[in-house]
Design a protein around this ligand. Structure first.
Ligand code: CA
Length: 147
């Protein structure tokens, strides 16, 4: 089976977002200095298609326009997904679906594990999940939420 990725990967460098909760991350003096509507959780001031909340949850920059939420690679007989998680204050689930239908996502039996932590920004941890390519066709996503 050839691994296929849908709706998972954005290419580009990861910046170094500040530590702290969402307000510290978005605001000043140690955050991205977003003000007014641009600081809203649902705003997308850099126009990259990811909301501020998505970029906060997955360690991307809300101002650089080149964020990465989840990356993937093939290793041996598996597909490995990598992503950054907030070290505290947020929760994440690896989900899978056969159809990608709105009501067809469930928590995956694959348990994400801590990945290599080199270069990980303060306040984040890198996780990975290895998916066997012998599986039947499935779609995967990582869902994050502020606690
Ligand atoms: Ca954005």
């Amino acid at each position: 089976m050839t691994p296929r990725i849908d709706n998972l990967t954005q290419e580009g460098p990861v910046s170094a977002p500040p530590a702290g909760g969402y307000d510290a991350w978005a605001g000043s003096p140690h955050g991205y200095d977003l003000t007014g509507g641009a600081a809203d959780r649902g705003a997308d001031p850099d126009g990259d298609g990811f909301t501020n909340m998505q970029e906060f949850l997955f360690g991307a920059s809300p101002v650089a326009g080149n964020g990465i939420l989840v990356t993937s690679e093939t290793v041996g007989g598996g597909l490995v997904l990598h992503w950054l998680q907030r070290a505290s204050g947020c929760s994440y689930l690896l989900q899978e679906s056969i159809t990608m239908g709105a009501g067809d996502w469930s928590t995956s039996a694959i348990v994400p594990v801590l990945d290599d932590q080199s270069g990980v920004p303060t306040g984040y941890e890198r996780y990975k999940a290895t998916i066997s390519t012998s599986e039947t066709r499935k779609f995967f996503r990582v869902e994050g939420a502020e606690n």
